[in-house]
Write a protein of this length. Structure first.
Length: 122
C-alpha cells in the first residue's frame, strides 16, 4: 500500500464505524497531537482508542477530503489534506473543518503512521 492508501484505509474504516480495524496501520509508538501540538495519544492502542471513542459517540453523515498532498522522502511520507465533516453527536448536527497531517514511515511491515496532527479550523 502507498502512504495515501494507508490514510484512505484509516478514514474509510473509522467513518464506516469500524475504527477498531485501524491499528494495523499505526506504528506501536505512534503519536497523535491536537491543533496546538498538545499530545492526545501515545502508542498504537491509545491512538486507535481515540478513533473508537469518537466513532462510538458520533454518527458520520459525511466526510469530505479536500486538497490531498503527499510527499515521500526516502522511508518517510507526509500525507496532508483539508477536511469537512458533518456528524451527529448527542442529538446535535455538527460540522467540522480542519486539516489532517499524517507522517508515515516505511519498514519491513509496510507504511505505518508514526505521527498525526489534527488541526481544526477555529
Amino acid at each position: 500500500m502507498t502512504p495515501l492508501e494507508v490514510v484512505e484505509g484509516i478514514n474509510t474504516a473509522w467513518t464506516a464505524g469500524r475504527a477498531g480495524e485501524i491499528g494495523q496501520w499505526f506504528d506501536p509508538q505512534a503519536v497523535i497531537v491536537g491543533p496546538h501540538f498538545e499530545r492526545a495519544a501515545s502508542g498504537r492502542e491509545a491512538c486507535v482508542a481515540g478513533y473508537v471513542d469518537f466513532s462510538a459517540h458520533a454518527e458520520i453523515d459525511s466526510f469530505e477530503v479536500l486538497n490531498k498532498h503527499v510527499d515521500v522522502i526516502g522511508d518517510t511520507a507526509i500525507v496532508s489534506y483539508g477536511f469537512r465533516m458533518v456528524y451527529r453527536m448527542r442529538g446535535a448536527i455538527r460540522e467540522d473543518r480542519g486539516t489532517d497531517i499524517f507522517v508515515l514511515r516505511n519498514s519491513e511491515s509496510g507504511w505505518r503512521v508514526v505521527w498525526r496532527m489534527l488541526g481544526a479550523d477555529d
